[in-house]
Design a protein around this ligand. Structure first.
Ligand SMILES: [Zn+2]
Length: 463
């Protein structure tokens, strides 16, 4: 089998790997690139394969950088199956429809600007039909069972512990009497993440293609971060103002709600309302609750105790724009979780505009803030920021918490690999900046005597 890397090779986005044998051709993931102009250009086209002869696409999980180019594949004529676990399919549909909304909004803005300078309007890279076609192609595959995805090619999905439905894939190929297997780690979760189960390591393979996002470092211990968050929120509650939390709709929002509910339950925090001011996060939370079979023991116990149900009154989803606007009149203390995670779009902007200038407001930044985003300006201590063309003074308390991550740190990655090491597979490191994957490569070389290969875009390996 040959594997060609059409993304996440020297970066962390745009994951897509093309696997081919004389009989079968599949793509593992079909993700979007993120960040900057180069990414925008790369996102205009589906991965460069022949979609008339492609047998299947298999998804590891529903994040946009793993499924976001599916509508482009559909537009390029792909009509075969898109396999994923049932939760991955539910979440991918949500992610793709949201991505269309974002794309349409951005394009309208851009075309208004182009019109004013006399330039012709640009066309969308994909439309609603492409998105719905891609969603229609999705077919569920179970965890832990060998499933034939293409002639002579089968896949087993194990838990990757990253977000709901996430999987690591073992692809097994039988060619001319020999059998070869390749493991795709997918994005691996940190051990001990709430709600989802911990990653399950495989034990046997000829090759492993492994993510290396945090290959060069460990996260701060999760419990330490949780305690820090409780301390910050406790102080903010005493100010009686609003606590604004910009957060990504899938994964991070559900984790935060879980931590808050546990803090309420254990008496670490007084019960205050939590507004989930994001239609996408509300839908994602519903999808999470629809898959209790994927929960870890703690989450199952939490549900069985009946306490989650009892605390439901404190959780207030705000769906419509009108409901969201009404939060301006709500008295604190309360927590408002809203997108986007980096404060560069979405409802969080309205809350920041209404509350940043007040000194009883607290802003809790829990995710990565890319250069040039409003979130980054806040973290860097800007005395004022511009929102919707208006200059707003920053008198709110801004807190940054670094320890919440849905990705395995270096020790988690090594732990996962440890189970596979005795089989001495060939190792390929992807999905990491070069600094991170080189650091992980060094450890794997020294500890196991296995020198990993670090592919660039378009490189091919053979197993
Ligand atoms: Zn991911």
């Amino acid at each position: 089998m040959k594997i060609t890397f059409y993304g996440a090779a020297g970066g962390v986005t745009g994951t897509s790997y093309y696997c081919e044998t004389p009989q079968a051709r599949i793509l593992v993931d079909c993700g979007m690139f993120q960040g900057g102009r180069k990414a925008e250009a790369a996102n205009r086209k589906a991965p460069p394969v022949d979609y008339q002869t492609l047998d299947a696409i298999v998804l590891t999980h529903a994040h946009l950088d793993h499924c976001g180019r599916l509508p482009l594949a559909a537009r390029a004529g792909y009509r075969g199956p898109v396999f994923g676990t049932p939760a991955t399919i539910d979440l991918s549909a949500l992610v793709l429809r949201d991505s269309l909304k974002v794309q349409t909004g951005d394009l309208e803005k851009l075309n208004r600007m182009r019109a004013r300078t006399g330039k012709p309007a640009l066309e969308a890279d994909f439309d609603e039909k492409d998105v719905e076609n891609a969603i229609r192609l999705m077919k569920p595959i179970p965890y832990h069972e060998s499933f034939e995805v293409a002639p002579g090619m089968s896949v087993i999905v194990d838990e990757a512990g990253h977000i709901l439905g996430s999987g690591s894939l073992k692809v097994t190929v039988s060619e001319g009497g020999t059998t070869r297997s390749v493991i795709f780690s997918g994005d691996l979760g940190a051990r001990g993440l709430p709600i989802v189960r911990d990653p399950e390591p495989f034990r046997e393979a000829d090759m492993v293609i492994m993510e290396s996002t945090y290959g060069d470092r460990d996260h701060k211990p999760l419990q330490e971060t949780i305690n820090e968050a409780i301390g910050i929120i406790g102080n903010a509650i005493r100010l009686k103002g609003k606590i604004l939390v910009p957060a990504f709709a899938i994964g991070r929002t559900q984790d935060l709600i879980y931590y808050l509910q546990q803090a309420f339950r254990q008496g670490g925090l007084p019960r205050i309302p939590i507004y989930i001011d994001s239609p996408m996060a509300i839908q994602a939370t519903k999808i999470y609750l629809g898959h209790p079979e994927l929960f870890d023991e703690e989450m199952k116990e939490f549900i069985a105790s009946g306490e989650m149900e009892r605390d439901k009154d404190y959780l207030r989803p705000t769906v419509t724009a009108e409901e969201s606007r009404r939060l301006n009149e709500v008295e604190g203390p309360c927590i408002i979780i809203a997108g986007s995670g980096m404060c560069n779009a979405g409802r969080i902007l309205h809350h920041l505009r209404h509350n940043l200038w007040r000194n009883d407001t607290s802003v809790l930044i829990v995710g990565y803030q890319a250069d040039g985003t409003l979130g980054r300006s806040l973290v860097e201590g800007a005395p004022s920021v511009r929102i919707f063309g208006e200059r707003i003074a920053v008198r709110a308390q801004i807190h940054k918490l670094g320890g919440f991550s849905a990705h395995a740190g270096q020790s988690d990655l090594l732990n996962w690999f440890n189970a596979l090491a005795p089989a001495r597979p060939r190792v390929v490191l992807t999905h990491g900046e070069d600094k991170a994957r080189e650091a992980l490569a060094n450890i794997l070389r020294h500890r196991y005597g296995l020198p990993p290969y670090l592919p660039q875009f378009g490189d091919t390996v053979e197993v």
